[in-house]
Design a protein around this ligand. Structure first.
Ligand code: NAD
Ligand code: UDP
Length: 330
């Protein structure tokens, strides 16, 4: 029997999606990438376009799509706060209608389907680190809710399709992931700080903008570790639906992150500007990855400094003026 599969990646031109497509194409699978390019651009997958086993379709997941596939990775959704808050109603539609459309396709095709869920499921958590059993502390009417509640509703739909229709589902909860090919104007902390430090070093920009006093924490996972965890989950045991946390459990304050970036970029004399903390900004975040270790034999191998070096090298190699800021909210 052939091991080559027809695989759909929604949001496949994005930061994580483009790397996933790259891995799947190099493994010889027949890959279909769909994207509406809201927060990405074709250049992320340009190098794949001449591969016979890669196909790119401009499509919005809020609309139905008819394809025959064996596996679906559902990644389509703006992920950075500035992007998902730009048009919150569209964000909710993308998570919910998008999930309904790809789940319907999976049901018709008998395809296995993975949802890229998020640590935002846990909101501003009062259990630390966050295990999968923790039900979270999300403000359902706040400005982050379009994303958090959209992703929570998508998880609900995945589990209802599994119980009601016997769908072979997988749900991963991704914690802050960074790496080359992040959009330089996406407003996420790693990309923002790196871009701001590089611009300052090159003689422009105001330097790093820190929200609050920088004592809030995040745990940063390098892209390659994340993609490995995601693929292990898709190819893992059929009786393991998740949800499973995929992230790096090493926790840093945002101030420590800034110090690492300033050190690696090699900037001197730059002031850090403090701005007000956005509403509902989680105070702490760190994954409990016991389940991923036990069920998938997975844990991250790339630590922050090493991952930041690779990411900064990439940011220094690109022409940032060629990237269009997707929204004014970065
Ligand atoms: P990204 O913004 O680079 O990628 C998302 C992709 O989805 C983009 O290419 C965008 O154009 C596309 N998209 C958005 N709305 C769409 C729509 N309606 N129809 C079709 N395509 C659409 O972000 P990313 O970091 O690569 O995130 C990928 C997935 O992983 C997202 O679902 C995100 O919620 C999830 N995730 C990421 C992180 C992280 O730290 N990177 C953390 C938690 C969850
Ligand atoms: N942050 C910051 N400066 C920035 C961007 C973000 O201080 O320019 C902070 C933000 O308030 C949050 C953390 O960095 O506490 C991570 O933000 P990000 O948007 O990357 O992701 P989140 O984990 O909040 O979704």
């Amino acid at each position: 029997m052939s091991t080559i599969k027809r695989i759909l990646v929604t949001g496949g031109a994005g930061f994580l999606g483009s790397h996933l497509c790259e891995r799947l194409v190099s493994d010889g699978h027949d890959v279909i990438c769909i994207d509406n390019f809201f927060t990405s651009q074709k250049t992320n997958v340009l190098h794949l376009l001449d591969r016979p086993n890669f196909e790119l379709i401009r499509h919005d997941v809020t609309h139905p799509l008819w394809l025959e596939v064996d596996e679906i990775y559902n990644l389509a959704c703006p992920a950075a706060p500035g992007h998902y808050q730009y048009n919150p109603i569209k964000t909710m539609k993308t998570s919910v209608l998008g999930a309904i459309n790809v789940l319907g396709m999976a049901k018709r095709c008998g395809a296995k389907i993975l949802q890229a869920s998020t640590s935002e499921i846990y909101g501003d958590p009062d259990v630390h680190p966050q295990p999968e059993w923790y039900r979270g502390s999300v403000n359902p009417i706040g400005t982050r809710a379009c994303y958090d509640e959209g992703k929570r509703a998508a998880e609900t739909l995945f589990f209802d399709y599994h119980r009601q229709n016997g769908l072979n589902i997988r749900v991963i909860r991704i914690f802050n992931t960074y790496g080359p090919r992040m959009h330089p104007f996406d407003g996420r902390v790693v990309s923002n700080f790196i871009r701001q430090a590089i611009e300052y070093k090159r003689g422009s920009g105001d330097g790093i903008s820190m929200f609050g006093d920088g004592s809030q924490t995040r745990s940063f996972c390098f892209r390659d570790d994340l993609i490995e965890g995601m693929m292990r989950m898709m190819n893992g045991p059929d009786d393991f639906t998740g949800p499973v946390n995929i992230g790096n459990p090493h926790e840093f304050t945002i101030l420590q992150l800034a110090e690492h970036i300033i050190d690696i970029v090699g900037v001197t004399g730059m002031e850090i500007t403090h701005k007000p903390l956005p509403a509902d900004d989680p105070k702490q975040r760190k994954p409990d990855i016991t389940l991923a270790k036990e069920k998938l034999g997975w844990e991250p191998t790339i630590q922050l400094k090493e991952g930041l070096k690779k990411t900064i090298e990439w940011f220094e190699s690109i022409d940032m003026s060629e990237y269009r800021a997707p929204t004014p909210n970065y």
